[in-house]
Design a protein around this ligand. Structure first.
Ligand code: CP
Length: 325
């Protein structure tokens, strides 16, 4: 799918959000607007969350064909806080296990007046495939597509960075870990290049190095300390063992921490006001030392909190695109 085809599919003729499949091809002001809107859904910890009736009478279906805690829970809460009915299909107990195709599953749920499908799948292209086959009044939100794309994660990461750095250009962002399999890093890289210019430094074990064609504005750095030096933002990534086929010759957890883990000593090379990010789930003392994950520069729980606000803003945007339907 090229950029203009994606743009046609995910935006209406008047440029509103119909589906969210990827950040690629979205305009800078469009992303800024989504981030601004999500601020409306923020609330102080300990205070009751924002609630409205924007999705009253609508039905949001969560279809997660891969495990999830953060994305699935936050889409469910986001939809409920906007008064939607929410269906979490238990895919392991669904008729998919009896051989029903994904499209027949979609058509079945669509016949029950589903308005939005939130889809996570291990195969590339599934959110787009569903988006091409649903009724014109149904939206598809990509909640994690293989190693390709995780657009709401990209948005929540941009929001978190903006909250600390005020803007989203001129930053040095270092991403460390399993870049080969990371849809989170790809969506962040796409978002940063739209909002930028930014310096994107990538660090990975050789066997987990990314295809650099996917990061036209990124630089692969061999030396982790050099990559962290002076960084504004550091994101660490877990090793996605579920995507590594066959017997892995990867190093032990301890060796990994020594070579690629974000330790307090390494973090001290970044700017003093650098923030530490992790999309989760995190493996403490593998890609990130426990004291760094819990330390004053960590914004990991803020990322989770922002995930809810971003998903509310995205749901509001897709329903706005078809007002009157
Ligand atoms: N970051 C993220 O996608 O987390 P989950 O797999 O828990 O949804």
């Amino acid at each position: 799918m090229n950029e203009s085809e994606t743009g046609c599919l995910q935006l209406t003729e008047s440029g509103k959000l119909r589906h969210l499949l990827t950040l690629r091809g979205l305009r800078r002001d469009f992303i800024s607007d989504l981030l601004d809107r999500s601020e409306h859904y923020q609330h102080k910890p300990g205070t009751p969350p924002s609630r409205d009736k924007a999705l009253d009478g609508r039905t949001v279906v969560n279809l997660f064909f891969e495990p999830s805690t953060r994305t699935r829970a936050s889409f469910e809460l986001a939809a409920k806080r906007m008064s939607a009915d929410v269906l979490n299909l238990d895919v392991n107990m669904s008729s998919r296990k009896k051989g029903e195709s994904i499209l027949d599953t979609i058509y079945t749920l669509q016949a029950m007046q589903a308005d939005v499908f939130v889809v996570r799948d291990a195969s590339a292209g599934i959110p787009e495939f569903i988006a091409r086959n649903v009724q014109p009044y149904v939206s598809v939100l990509n909640a994690g597509e293989a190693d390709v794309s995780h657009p709401t994660q990209g948005l929540l990461d941009l929001l978190t960075i903006r909250q600390h750095k005020q803007n989203l250009d001129g930053l040095t962002v270092t991403v460390i870990g399993d870049l080969k399999h990371s849809r989170v890093a790809r969506s962040l890289g796409e978002g940063l290049s739209i909002m930028g210019p930014n310096e994107l430094r990538l660090v990975a074990p050789p066997e987990l190095a990314p295809d650099m064609e996917l990061y036209p504005q990124g630089v692969l750095v061999d030396d982790i300390d050099e990559a962290i030096n002076g960084a504004d933002v550091i994101m660490t990534l877990r090793i996605q063992r579920e995507r590594i086929k066959g017997k892995s010759s990867l190093m032990t957890n301890h060796e990994y921490l020594q070579k690629y883990g974000l330790t307090e000593e390494r973090l001290s090379r970044a700017r003093p006001d650098a923030i530490v990010m992790h999309p989760g789930p995190m493996n403490r003392d593998v890609e990130i030392a426990g004291p760094v994950a819990d330390g004053p520069q960590s914004v990991i729980t803020q990322q989770v909190n922002n995930g809810l606000a971003i998903r509310m803003a995205v749901l509001a945007a897709v329903f706005e695109s078809r007002q009157g339907q």
